[in-house]
Design a binder for this molecule. Structure first.
Ligand code: DAH
Length: 341
C-alpha cells in the first residue's frame, strides 16, 4: 500500500515539472488537492485500510498531501511572478532528494582488512582456482585416500576434462599453498584468500560456501615462535590491541605440530558465556609447522627449509568480531543488516 503512495509521489513530481501556465497549475490543484481530488479520495479510503498498517499508511498519506501542497505553493509563486520555466530545483529551500548509495559488503571489507594487515608484514597475495583436482586439495597436503574429508558426503566432486583425474570444488584454501610452492623456491610468504566449498547441512553456523584466508611462510629456520608472533600480531590488529589469544594443540594432516588459535570471548571477556560455550574462548583458525612430507610433494628439501601455515574462516571470524547470530545473514542482502558495517 505504501509503495502505491510512493508511485503517486513520483507522479506528482513529474506533473509538477510540467506546470508552466496558470491553467496547468489549476489543473494540478483540481486533480490532486480539490475536494474531489485524488488525495481526498485516498483519505476517504483510509477506513478500508487494514488496521495493522493504518497508522503508518495514514502518516505516509499525510506526508504525500503536504508534499503536493508544498509543490502547489511553490509553483503558484513562480507562475504569479510570470516565470514559466521554473523547476522545483530552483527553490533551494525545498528538501533535497536522497540517494541510496551502496557500500562494500562486510565480507569484502574484512578480506581487504586482513590482506592489508598481512601485506604490512611482507606477505604477498595469491589466488588459487576454486575448481581443484584431488591431488592439490588432498594428496599433496598429506591427506590420504582414507581420510574422512575425502568422502562424497563432505566434498563436492565434479567431472572435468581429464577423465583420469578427480575434480572438486576446493574444500579449503590450503591447496593454494601447494600451487605457490610448486612455482616458487623459498623464501615464500603468501596469503591465499578466497571461497571454499563443503557439502554441509545449512544452519546458523555453517554454509556450503564460505571464505577462508590461508597463510604460508617458508624459509630457512622458520620457527614455531614466529608462527605465534605473526598470529598474535594479526589478532591484535584485527580484533583490537587488548585481545588475548591462546594456542591449543590440534591435528591437521599437513602440519606437524598443529594448533588452533582462540581469541578471548568478546562478549564475556573470558568469564564464560553462551556464545563461547562457557569456555571463555572462541576458535578462529587452524595452524602449524608445515609437515616435512608436504615439502616432499613440492621438491623442497625438508632438511634445509621449515615453514608455518595457517587457515581461517572469514565468516566465522566476523560472527565473533561483530556478534552476528546467524551466518546466513551475510548472503541475504538485507540492507538493514549490511549498512551497519
Ligand atoms: N585447511 C584447514 C581447514 O579448512 C585449516 C588449516 C589448518 C589451514 C591448519 C592451515 C593449517 O594452513 O596449517 O580446516
Amino acid at each position: 500500500m505504501i509503495d502505491n503512495l510512493e508511485k503517486f509521489k513520483k507522479e506528482i513530481e513529474e506533473k509538477a515539472s510540467q506546470i508552466t501556465s496558470p491553467e496547468a497549475l489549476e489543473e494540478f490543484r483540481l486533480y490532486y488537492l480539490s475536494r474531489k481530488g485524488l488525495l481526498n479520495d485516498l483519505f476517504e479510503n483510509l477506513k478500508n485500510i487494514d488496521k495493522s498498517i493504518k497508522g503508518s499508511y495514514g502518516k505516509a498519506l499525510n506526508d504525500l498531501k503536504n508534499f503536493a501542497i508544498e509543490i502547489f505553493e511553490v509553483k503558484s509563486k513562480y507562475i504569479s511572478k510570470g516565470k514559466t520555466k521554473g523547476s522545483m530545483i530552483d527553490d533551494y529551500t525545498l528538501p533535497g532528494k536522497t540517494f541510496n548509495t551502496g557500500s562494500k559488503h562486510l565480507l569484502t571489507q574484512a578480506l581487504e582488512d586482513i590482506t592489508k594487515i598481512f601485506e604490512r608484514i611482507g606477505f604477498k597475495v595469491y589466488e588459487g582456482p576454486e575448481i581443484e583436482d584431488e591431488y592439490h586439495n588432498f594428496d599433496a597436503l598429506n591427506t590420504p585416500d582414507y581420510h574422512p574429508s575425502r568422502d562424497m558426503q563432505d566434498t563436492f566432486y565434479i567431472s572435468g576434462k581429464d577423465k583420469d583425474k578427480k575434480y572438486l570444488l576446493r574444500t579449503h584454501t590450503s591447496p593454494g599453498q601447494i600451487r605457490v610452492m610448486e612455482n616458487q623456491q623459498p623464501p615464500v610468504r603468501v596469503i591465499v584468500p578466497g571461497k571454499s566449498y563443503r557439502n554441509e547441512a545449512i544452519s546458523s553456523r555453517s554454509l556450503s560456501m564460505f571464505h577462508q584466508v590461508e597463510g604460508l611462510y617458508v624459509d630457512k629456520n622458520v620457527t614455531f615462535r614466529e608462527l605465534k608472533g605473526t598470529l598474535d600480531f594479526f589478532a591484535k590488529e584485527f580484533f583490537g590491541k587488548d585481545i588475548k589469544t591462546r594456542l591449543r594443540p590440534s591435528f591437521f594432516p599437513f602440519t606437524e605440530p598443529s594448533g588452533e588459535m582462540d581469541v578471548e570471548c568478546f562478549l564475556c571477556k573470558s568469564k564464560g558465556c553462551r556464545i563461547c560455550k562457557y569456555t571463555g574462548w572462541l576458535e578462529i583458525l587452524g595452524c602449524g609447522m608445515v609437515d616435512p612430507d608436504v615439502f616432499k610433494f613440492v621438491n623442497y628439501d625438508p632438511e634445509v627449509y621449515s615453514g608455518f601455515a595457517f587457515g581461517m574462516g572469514i565468516e566465522r571470524t566476523l560472527l565473533i568480531r561483530h556478534g552476528i547470530p546467524d551466518i546466513r545473514m551475510f548472503y541475504e542482502n538485507d540492507v538493514r543488516f549490511l549498512k551497519q558495517f
